[in-house]
Design a protein around this ligand. Sequence first.
Ligand code: ZN
Length: 421
Amino acid sequence: MSTTDKVEKPMTAQGRPRGSYRAPVPVTSSPRLISQSATGRLNRTRLLQILYDVGPLSRAELARLAEVTKTTIGSIVQPMLDEGILVEGVPQPSSGQGGKPARPIWFSPSGRPIVAVHVGPGTVRAALVSPTGIVLTHSDGAFSSTNASHEQIVDRVADCIERVLPGSDGPHALGIGVAVSGMVDTDHGRIIEVNLAPRLSGLELGPLLSQRLSLPVHLDLHPRVQALGDRWFGSGRRVSTFASVYCGEAIGAGFVIDGAVHRGASGAGGEVGHTIVDLAGAICRCGRRGCWETIATHRWLRSQAAALGLPGAGQLTAASLSRLAEQDRPDAVELLDKYARNLAVGLVNIQQTLAPGFFILHGDIVQGGEPFRLLIEKHFRQGIAPRPGSEPQLRFASPDDDITLLGAAGLVLSQSLDLLT
Ligand SMILES: [Zn+2]
């Protein structure tokens, strides 16, 4: 599963090469017995999830929440304490029944930081993130999405990362998490295709960055990384099943199901923008006909606005269209409603298929504000088959959040846990 190359590299304390590309460990597969190492990683991931959900906890509290013994918690926690990912805090007075004062366990503020990267069509953003989920510093870069060579793109991404890496006297970064706005092969750390940036197609970004920077690299689809960010650090905290959907210049989704991010074979899942919603529809950038992206992205919105003669049609966004609609322009009001309906169509299909019940919406549409969210919700509710019980919820993410970068850090943290023995 790993594409470890033969170059000699510094080794981790556990004897693995530091600079190897590591494929994310599949969380869903056909039924089989779980190996001891996989159980260990799963238990550690779940324990981290409890900590992110609740905050600092003693061993006894962790044991109660995880429904296991304190001894089991000790065996799960110890390697992470040894590695400096977790630390024990100042002893707290015990609960009046005597016994040793409890020491709350939390992420080490001086623990090894994580490099988080988001590669979009022509853009790269890198950040250094603390294990507690704080963005310490970030840097931005750009590359030509139509002319740059693979080598030039790797140079730009690596430059961006190097600007945030701690100096030689600082702590060694734990690894690099990369979110890619395009189709990915997570087994090989390869970008398969980015419709909006053809030069990224076929780029083996994971192994190349790993060789260049001598750090483990974990690469995944942007909306899926965003879902992990939502789960650990955003509106998906304490929510076991939800969909995290990105809508703007493209559409994609990440699914958290029963507490785990669903990936699909080699990371093929989440391409909801290319589910077909109109057999007689327009040709999509992917070459197929009538994908959801053909009726609910900027490209569609701007062509509709141009046909109506709306001002600023070529740069129209959910925010500027909402402003035009607020001025009671009937054509803008109608287009905004159509945009909301077309967005709702795909969300309805997701709800009918997976029934996540809770949607966290990201991307440009969030800038449309609460009136736009209500419009989408109205069409969404009209579109789903009625069922007794609670109504599915649609929520807009915070417009300026760092959720994708935090998710990329979470990717490194969760995927690094199987290095521990
Ligand atoms: Zn398509």
